[in-house]
Ligand binder design. Structure first.
Ligand code: PLP
Length: 400
């Protein structure tokens, strides 16, 4: 009988994937399920990027590249940081992996000793907590309520830091809340960090280009350059260029950390796909117009979904600044009963009810460390969103 190793016993396949898979299975069985679960743009990878990949294949770029990114790929990342964030990194301060997720995994594997703590402002992307645990660390969840726009306050950070704190994770715009930090909102946080030289910062900027209402993107090391020797800035092509399946992400930070991450990668996956790197180079250095076009389209969908949720009695949704998620409170429907007589006690109960009785798949806030909420991924067509919101509204109206 197989018995899993201690280090993975407490870890499960991502709850988001589980819910999405279950919903897809219902769909295959003929149910008209609308899946608003996955964090994936519905757009195709732009043509110029796909073309760059075919050219790479034709050219024969099909061998191992330099372990943590080809020189051309690292140069593209260097250019991106300069162009978009006014940050200068040398090539050996850049690491390229099979997705931002692997960058994060490498960083924690390379830096955490057993019992080291990682501060995760909640709601947070579920994988953070699981990766911390696989690497022997302790996730320290700090509840960041709606009253501060789901953002961490300086006082909360100060209170959460202990002698064991190794990292603070910041993710702006956020999955799942869509909340983003302006430079002015980051400053009090970076000020606290200046007093704690042992605490490193992992800035997950993967949703950088999906930011609405003309807001300016801000990243910690640009706000406080004195944090440069202990900040890893993570980004990737999955969300901005609709390239989730290509598996390319990157990070930039202190040389010694980048070198240790390369060791982890060298003994796990080796280099990211050579063809995907060629595609990612075109994404980062080619025409950028499509990024803003798609962002405008996401903004229209956000506006629609937020308005629809806020019209629904029992639900309430803060207007998110970015990413493609809404994180709505379902506190107003808890304690009610479904037409079949079931009592809704938690956000998971509510999400299960939406799927079972109204064929809409969404993810409960508890999965992200903050209840009672539910996350909608609105990276799907307006027609699907209209139907889904009508069903959610009908589901709430049917409660007594
Ligand atoms: N970081 C956040 C906050 C995400 O939501 C995701 C994907 O869902 C990732 C990182 C992973 O991105 P990648 O596809 O580059 O591994």
């Amino acid at each position: 009988v197989f018995s899993p190793a201690q280090r993975v016993r407490a870890i499960h396949v991502s709850e988001i994937l589980r819910i999405t898979d279950h919903a897809q299975a219902l769909k295959r069985a003929g149910r008209p399920v609308i899946v608003l679960g996955a964090g994936e743009p519905d757009f195709d990878t732009p043509g110029n990027i796909r073309h760059a990949a075919s050219q790479a294949i034709t050219r024969g770029d099909t061998r191992y590249t330099v372990l943590d990114g080809s020189p051309a790929m690292k140069a593209a990342v260097q250019l991106k940081f300069k162009r978009d964030n006014a940050l200068d990194f040398a090539l050996d301060e850049i690491s390229v992996s099979a997705g931002a997720k692997q960058v994060i995994f490498n960083a924690l594997m390379a830096s955490l000793d057993p019992g080291d703590e990682v501060i995760l402002p909640a709601p947070y992307w579920t994988s953070y907590a699981d990766i911390v645990q696989i690497c022997g660390g302790v996730p320290v969840s700090v509840a960041c309520g709606e009253e501060n726009g789901f953002r961490l306050t300086a006082a909360q950070l100060q209170a959460a830091i202990t002698p064991r704190t190794r990292w603070l994770f910041l993710n702006s715009p956020s999955n799942p809340s869509g909340a983003a930090y302006s430079a002015a909102q980051l400053k009090p946080i970076t000020d606290v960090l200046l007093d704690h030289p042992g605490v490193w910062v992992l800035a997950d900027d993967i949703y950088e280009h999906i930011l609405y209402d003309g807001l300016a993107f801000a990243t910690p090391v640009a706000v406080e350059p004195r944090l440069r020797d202990r900040t890893l800035t993570v980004n990737g092509v999955s969300k901005a260029y609709a390239m989730t399946g290509w598996r390319v992400g990157y990070g930039a930070g202190p040389r010694a950390l980048i070198a240790a991450m390369a060791v982890v990668q060298s003994q796990s996956t080796s280099c990211p796909s050579s063809v995907s790197q060629a595609a990612a180079i075109e994404a980062l250095t080619g025409p950028q117009g499509i990024v803003a076009e798609r962002c405008a389209s996401f903004q229209q969908r956000r506006d629609f979904v937020v308005a629809a949720l806020n019209r629904t009695p029992g639900l309430h949704c803060r207007v998110p600044e970015g990413a493609f998620y809404t994180f709505a409170s379902c506190a107003g429907v808890l304690g009610k009963r479904t037409a079949a007589g079931a009592l809704l006690q938690t956000d998971s109960d509510f999400c299960r009810y939406l799927l079972q009785d109204f064929d809409v798949a969404v993810v409960p806030g508890s999965v992200f460390g903050l209840a009672p909420y539910f996350r909608i991924s609105y990276a799907t067509s307006m027609a699907q969103l209209e139907e889904a919101c009508a069903r959610i509204s009908a589901a709430c109206a049917a409660l007594t």
